[in-house]
Design a protein around this ligand. Structure first.
Ligand code: CO
Ligand code: CO
Length: 356
């Protein structure tokens, strides 16, 4: 790992994770609660130009604005998941940009969302967070064009991002076809490792592989180019964990997913970290969310929790035709060396996900 991680360089370093009760995508509202709330809202009928809205729990909204052009729109923000301000800004931004990539889109502009206790957290800390964000947005080749901030009790940061896409090339989570295979671009385990960081069990340098992974852009559409036409469906693995996001994709596509347990990649310390109890509330709520509709309860304890581990800026789960697998893997391997085939798509059955 040659890349240098930007850890705290303030002498009197304030540990950002100690200013909040929960961090990153683990602080997401549980899926079951969100569904309960949204089911009570009377939404208006989508206009004729809406390609994707919130009804399928996809990664971003997509709206057609011209014959050959659609906008991809998303926003994401969360409380600190790491201690170093610049790193937090980078991770929050890579995570927000990811939902554009998960739809197959190209990010074009970003705006910051910021809340912090003015006077309690020093301005130089906030400057670093925004600087980290600006750098990631620049790396994505989008423009950073503004933002909004409020004086808030708890520090939170993120981006609203706009991307563009051809209306016929959107990677919906509802497109998985029977016979397709599943590939994942990043290792899993950021939830348990950052929970260990918050508790002081790990330092940032001890979990550096996971931190670098979270700062990495999921720029798969750009790398695939026209090969992206073959992608049937995609989503990014974030707060609901591998199991939760697979469940949403399986439901939206009306298929069942078979996940090969031993092929799923994890960061090295994940078994130890989970066994030592570095868990978040989301581990439990994600498990409850997927338990009834998968066979997750039958697998080894640590892996059960690892499949429910809430990811922040996790990898893309791509669904591709089996006969294009090799070409797509060859294309991705250089930029995404962690990419693995982790399962396949079957006819819908008793269970939306089968761990084998
Ligand atoms: Co997403
Ligand atoms: Co999101």
């Amino acid at each position: 790992m040659s890349e240098k991680i930007l850890v705290n360089n303030f002498a009197d370093a304030l540990r950002l994770t100690q200013t909040v009760s929960k961090g990153g995508c683990a602080a997401k509202v549980p899926a079951i609660e969100l569904r309960k709330i949204l089911s009570q809202v009377k939404f208006s009928t989508p206009g004729k130009n809406v390609i994707v809205d919130g009804s399928t729990f996809d990664d971003a909204g997509v709206i057609k604005i011209a014959k050959e052009l659609a906008l991809v729109q998303t926003l994401d923000f969360f409380t600190p998941i790491v201690d170093s301000p610049k790193l937090y800004g980078q991770i929050a931004s890579a995570n927000a940009l990811s939902d554009i990539y998960a739809m197959g889109g190209t990010p074009i502009s970003a705006m910051a969302i910021l809340g912090f206790p003015v006077g309690k957290i020093e301005n130089k800390v906030i400057t670093e967070i925004i600087q980290g964000s600006v750098e990631k947005v620049e790396e994505s080749r989008a423009d950073f064009i503004g933002g909004h901030s409020i004086d808030d009790d708890v520090l939170k940061f993120g981006l609203s991002v706009t991307g563009i896409i051809h209306p016929d090339r959107v990677w919906k989570n509802s497109g998985a076809q029977i016979g397709d295979v599943l590939i994942l671009t990043k290792k899993l385990g950021t939830g348990t490792l950052t929970s260990g960081l918050k508790k002081g069990i790990y330092t940032e340098s001890q979990i550096q592989e996971a931190l670098i992974s979270m700062t990495k852009l999921n720029s798969v559409p750009e790398v695939l180019g026209d090969l992206g036409l073959f992608v049937s469906a995609a989503t990014d693995i974030t707060g609901f964990g591998l199991a939760g996001h697979c469940l949403q994709l399986a439901k939206a596509s009306n298929v069942s997913l078979e996940i090969t347990i031993d092929s799923v990649p994890f960061f090295d310390q994940v078994p130890e970290s989970i066994s030592n109890g570095n868990l978040t509330k989301a581990h439990r709520t994600n498990f409850e969310y997927v338990n009834k509709e998968t066979n997750i309860n039958e697998i080894t304890e640590w892996k059960k929790l690892a499949f429910c581990d809430p990811q922040t800026s996790g990898g893309l789960l791509m669904v591709v035709p089996e006969d294009k697998l090799k070409t797509i893997m060859d294309c991705l391997e250089n930029k995404f060396p962690e990419v693995k085939q982790i399962g396949r798509v079957l006819e819908s059955g008793n269970s939306f996900i089968n761990f084998v």
